[in-house]
Design a protein around this ligand. Structure first.
Ligand SMILES: Nc1nc2c(c(=O)[nH]1)N[C@H]1C(S)=C(S)[C@@H](COP(=O)(O)OP(=O)(O)OC[C@H]3O[C@@H](n4cnc5c(=O)[nH]c(N)nc54)[C@H](O)[C@@H]3O)O[C@H]1N2
Ligand SMILES: Nc1nc2c(c(=O)[nH]1)N[C@H]1C(S)=C(S)[C@@H](COP(=O)(O)OP(=O)(O)OC[C@H]3O[C@@H](n4cnc5c(=O)[nH]c(N)nc54)[C@H](O)[C@@H]3O)O[C@H]1N2
Ligand code: SF4
Ligand SMILES: [Mo]
Length: 664
């Protein structure tokens, strides 16, 4: 049976499930798929084990202990739907629909079951619920790219095989989407030089030809410094600038204000290294830039992506496959996501995912969480917990596992996993659609998201017909946008073939015929092209260290955080500290330490290492609160502030201090 990995990873692997006697016995990467090429990853190799885990939630449950205690009793679906219907009706009547916050996360990227798609949104519109703004992951960068190109879409990652200089900029390829590596290796075999730009010497940086250990949040300055060298070499593509861009004179002035010596002071890199890379950039065509979400989790993250995205406009790299920037391919996807906004009786407010700690106030009476685990994954963890303990808040969580968030629910609804439900997928790191056919029956009383919402609508006696569309009908609607990239792609074909490439040329040079802006030109933005990070003020305050908390190799966000083997391989929460920062604090390798600031603290085992530059400490996301020593994760010290664009999250832009966890 063909399926697809649902997780929030750019690779959206195609997989093959073998079923015997109604049980899934193997799950392997599809060797026929041009991007998956037969491999999954260290996490999803354990997917079947995870689906069969003893802590899987199999039945609806109702809270019996105090709020937040995680104590529940099993109830039937009818009882659960009845209690929910009564509470929702009462809330809508007394406080209006906007008192409901449908808090949907990235647990699955499916266009049926997940938050990219429709799941639940028609029902929320009928009830007049608040909108939910999913800004937790990529919104700052998306906004920056839209300003330059009119779309966040960029290079087809397969064309890195054609690049001759590859910049892995704020991205940990071998951890957070490793299938790209084969294409990078193909490029290398043809002579490409690979540079990793990352404050951490990650496993990706270790495999690169060169690593530039940049100060966090200063990448836009580096981009300007590299372009300064390009201009000094006279290597700008004047024809491209004249015929395909606008705003060049202002941007050029900004570049000229950033000579390498100045940029060295901002970024903490050697001036000679900046010059050397600037020369490579000036004289290597095509240059392909892989920048993903890590780089934009900063105060100036949107500007950083926007400025980096301006590079290929100066060098003219968009002319050829292998040139340009690849952030996400989702801008090339044109599905018809018909959430039926016409069902809303009147306009409603929008609540912001990363601002749960601020916005979960008295005006919210029902928090409905699905495919999300905010207690582990969202900023300002301690304040979120306080809010979730509110007695007058009715919290429903649809989940597969007893997460930290589940512990705070009033009603828990058991959710299917990917081998048990149907879904339509599209990778955000490649150009393929995929169909996921259910391989086995759901265990216990688990239901898919679409089926749960259909049953709830029926239980509430709602008459809007589109609330009852079947999964296949919804899939057909999704593919019916009429966009040429979907010509000839039907549900039948997807179900038969498992995956289909979007109808775009191969090799794909997305902007060869112009940019999707009103003028058809790429736009250099006016104004400052570098916005400093919050951590730039480190020396001034009581928290002098910059903390970055990127992806863990063994978890996918907080998914798998409870898998015993992956938890063991993660070695528990850890914090990398440079020897220069460790010794004045009396920290030794292997010791347990407390990382803290005014918002909170978490505990982690110290790893003293030159892999981080002085002034920077690094941990990872994904650990569960209740499984962590000290009962908190890195998000206890992450602030709920907005980045400069798209209200993006600032996970890698926080100031902390660190000290030994004293015994006693
Ligand atoms: N194994 C695994 N894979 C994952 C995930 C996971 O949790 N685990 N998460 C998935 C999700 S949801 C996403 S959004 C993607 C995220 O994947 P990435 O885009 O790779 O994002 P991060 O892991 O946050 O950060 C990537 C790298 O950026 C570096 N970095 C941080 N700040 C800066 C900076 O200011 N400048 C530069 N140059 N580098 C910086 C970090 O040190 C890190 O090595 O990965 C997906 N894939
Ligand atoms: N410190 C720090 N924190 C971060 C980040 C960081 O870089 N640093 N990165 C952030 C990023 S990029 C992201 S995307 C967010 C992710 O944050 P969230 O969107 O909260 O995602 P997860 O933590 O993976 O939780 C997803 C939950 O969905 C459940 N789930 C999976 N499939 C289904 C399904 O089909 N139905 C239902 N009902 N549930 C399902 C899983 O069991 C899991 O518990 O985390 C952010 N948190
Ligand atoms: S998490 Fe990413 S690499 Fe792993 S199987 Fe899923 S899509 Fe593939
Ligand atoms: Mo993400």
């Amino acid at each position: 049976m063909l399926g697809a990995c649902p997780l929030d990873c750019p690779d959206t692997c195609s997989w093959v499930v073998t079923v015997r006697d109604g049980r899934a016995v193997t799950l392997r990467g599809n060797a026929e798929h041009p991007y998956t090429r037969g491999a999954l990853c260290v996490k999803v190799n354990r997917y079947l084990e995870h689906a069969a885990a003893s802590d899987r939630i199999l039945y609806p449950m109702r809270r019996i202990g105090p709020k937040g205690s995680g104590r529940f009793e099993r109830i039937g679906w009818d009882e659960a739907l009845e209690e929910i219907s009564v509470r929702l009706r009462d809330i809508v009547e007394r406080h209006g629909g906007e008192a409901i916050w449908p808090y949907a996360g990235t647990g699955t990227l499916g266009y049926l079951q997940g938050t990219e798609g429709i799941a639940g949104r028609r029902l929320w519109n009928v009830l007049g619920a608040s909108r939910h703004y999913l800004n937790i992951c990529s919104s700052a960068g998306n906004t920056g790219l839209e300003q330059v190109y009119g779309t966040p879409g960029g290079m087809d990652p397969e064309t890195f095989a054609d690049s001759r200089l590859i910049l892995l900029w704020g991205t940990n390829t071998l951890t957070s989407g490793h299938h790209l590596w084969k294409f990078i290796q193909d490029g290398r075999a043809a002579g490409a030089y690979v540079v990793a730009i990352d404050p951490i010497r990650t496993r990706t940086a270790e495999q690169a030809d060169e690593h530039l250990p940049i100060r966090p949040g200063t990448d836009a300055a580096l981009a300007l410094g590299l372009l300064n060298v390009v201009l000094a070499e006279g290597a700008e593509d004047r024809d491209f600038l004249e015929n395909h861009t606008s705003g060049w004179e202002d941007f050029r002035a900004e570049i000229l204000r950033h000579p390498p010596a100045r940029v060295a002071g901002i970024t903490g890199l050697d001036e000679a290294d900046i010059r050397a890379l600037g020369l490579r950039l000036a004289h290597t065509r095509p240059t392909g830039i892989r920048a993903t979400m890590g780089i934009q989790r900063h105060a100036g993250g949107g500007t950083a992506v926007r400025t980096i995205a301006s590079i290929p406009g100066v060098t003219g790299d968009w002319r050829r496959p292998g040139g340009g920037i690849a952030y996400s391919t989702s801008g090339h996807l044109h599905l018809n996501i018909d959430t039926r906004e016409d069902l809303l009786a009147r306009p409603v407010r929008t609540l912001t995912m990363t601002r749960l700690a601020d916005e979960l106030d008295e005006s919210v009476k029902c928090l409905w969480v699905y495919a999300a685990n905010p207690m582990s994954s969202s900023p300002d963890q301690n304040r979120i917990r306080e809010r979730l303990l509110r007695e007058d808040l009715f919290t429903v969580v649809m989940e597969q596992f007893p997460t930290d968030t589940v512990d705070h629910a009033d009603i828990v609804l058991p959710a299917t996993m990917q081998i048990e439900h149907a879904d339509l997928h599209a990778g955000y790191g490649h150009m393929y659609l995929a169909w996921n056919e259910p391989a086995v029956a759901p265990p216990g009383e688990c239901l898919s998201t679409t089926e749960t919402f259909r049953r709830l609508a029926r239980h509430m006696g709602l008459t809007e017909p589109s609330l009852y569309d079947s999964d296949l009908e919804l899939a057909e609607q999704l593919l019916s946008s009429g966009h040429p990239s979907l010509d000839g792609i039907t549900v039948d074909r997807l179900r038969k073939e498992g995956w289909v490439r979007l109808n775009v040329p191969r090799p794909f040079a997305p902007f060869a015929d112009g940019f999707p802006t009103p003028s058809g030109r790429m736009r250099f933005a006016p104004g400052p092209a570098y916005v400093p990070p919050r951590t730039a003020s480190a020396a001034l305050g009581p928290y002098p260290l910059a903390l970055v908390t990127p992806a863990s190799h063994t978890f996918l966000n907080s998914t798998f955080g409870n898998n015993p083997e992956l938890l063991r391989r993660s070695k528990g929460p850890r914090v990398l500290v440079n020897p220069e920062d460790a010794s004045p604090r009396g920290l030794s390798d292997g010791q347990r330490a407390r990382v803290f600031n005014d918002a909170g603290a978490f505990e982690a085992v110290v790893e003293i290492s030159e892999k981080v530059r002085p002034g920077v400490v690094a941990s990872t996301k994904g650990h569960w609160r209740k499984l962590s020593p000290g009962g908190a994760t890195a998000n206890a010290v992450v602030g709920a502030r907005d980045a400069d664009m798209g209200r993006g999250a600032v996970y890698h832009d926080n100031l902390v201090e660190i000290g030994p966890c004293d015994a006693g």
